[in-house]
Design a protein around this ligand. Sequence first.
Ligand SMILES: *Cc1c(COP(=O)(O)O)cnc(C)c1O
Length: 428
Amino acid sequence: MIYKRSSALFAEAEKVIPGGVNSPVRAFNGVGGTPIFVKEAKGAYLYDEDGNRLIDYINSWGPMILGHAHEPVVNAVIEKAKKGTSFGMPTEIETQIAELAVSMVPNIDKIRFVNSGTEACMSAVRLARGFTGKDKIIKFAGCYHGHSDSFLIQAGSGASTFGTPNSPGVTKGTAKDTLLATYNDIENVKALVEANKNEIACVIIEPVAGNMGCIPPTKGFLEALREVCTVNNILLIFDEVMTGFRLAKGGAQELYNIKADIACFGKVIGGGLPVGAFAARNEIMNYLAPIGPVYQAGTLSGNPLAMAAGLAMLTELNNKPEIFTSLAEKTAYLHTGIAKVLTENNITHTINRVGSMISIHFDDAEVVDFNSAAKGNNDTFKAFFHGLLNAGVYIAPSAFETWFITDALSYDDLDFTIAAINTVAKTL
Ligand SMILES: *Cc1c(COP(=O)(O)O)cnc(C)c1O
């Protein structure tokens, strides 16, 4: 494939945008080479500026669950745009999408809309701190909750239970309130809780991790986590920015039948426009301004275009729940096909999958947490990524990302992908 125009556009972008991109993973630092510039997209396909067609397995990192330029969503946005694009005043559509979301997601009475997943998680943590009157939070290594200070924390050195900043600009003061736990390790969580008695406001978790590849919770882990939180008066926050409206109508709470205290949403809930949200039962949500003491706000929050896109998307998912089965079946088909060709070509691998989230790890050990995910052979991944790209299949440019399956994919697309993987595997 030829990327002449993409390369030229990237060179131009680098002059005026740091690294040429507005979000780092797009820069291909994990795989080398220069990013592809998208011209347009429809259904399961991306078309780049050089005229190449790519089957898309990122789907805007999740939102395009029904395919790109999905007509009901596009039409809803066009119709709304004609009537004004922002007022900073209440509109009826905000209540409509809130009612729908509350009816789809278990255990929530109220929902507040924001503009990104980052905002949703950041606000949920503030709400949890305000509600419990406690300062510390527990997050899991390898889980991503957006780029707000409290989450940009890595494991502390040696025996320290405190995290340390993993970006300049995050203060030590902030870092000391974030404790880092190991995913799928309940004893580790219990030890942190014990060592910080009555200081922990919340545990925030991706109920299915999607930012270190796809890592499902091991059997009983979420149940045990729920129990530890309940017993210790700690709020359990499910970051469902990836899993919400994707694994089931009601997200991971529904799939695993576990009640979170606060749920965070993003990606799918905005239908491809910048939207996030956080939701909880009345007792907690009524702690928010203007009726409660915890401040949270946004000039563009509940923006009519964003709400129109989100409402169109959720309406479709709500009316056609068979989409979730269809997505899971397509993903399972892909899983079986990929496993077969990788095995036939003697490529060491582990494949993780939940619903329409799937990831391939180039190592044969079970991938259950950040350390096991980090063992994957990155050189193999890089060659795999570029081989697939050349064949017209676009996966995320990082070994730590999940593939997001869209219902717009046909079985022919899946067969094409499996055949491409077979060809690429012979070169690895
Ligand atoms: C993408 C993501 C976020 C951050 O959302 P943005 O819209 O990028 O700010 C938070 N949590 C999870 C689980 C995510 O995947």
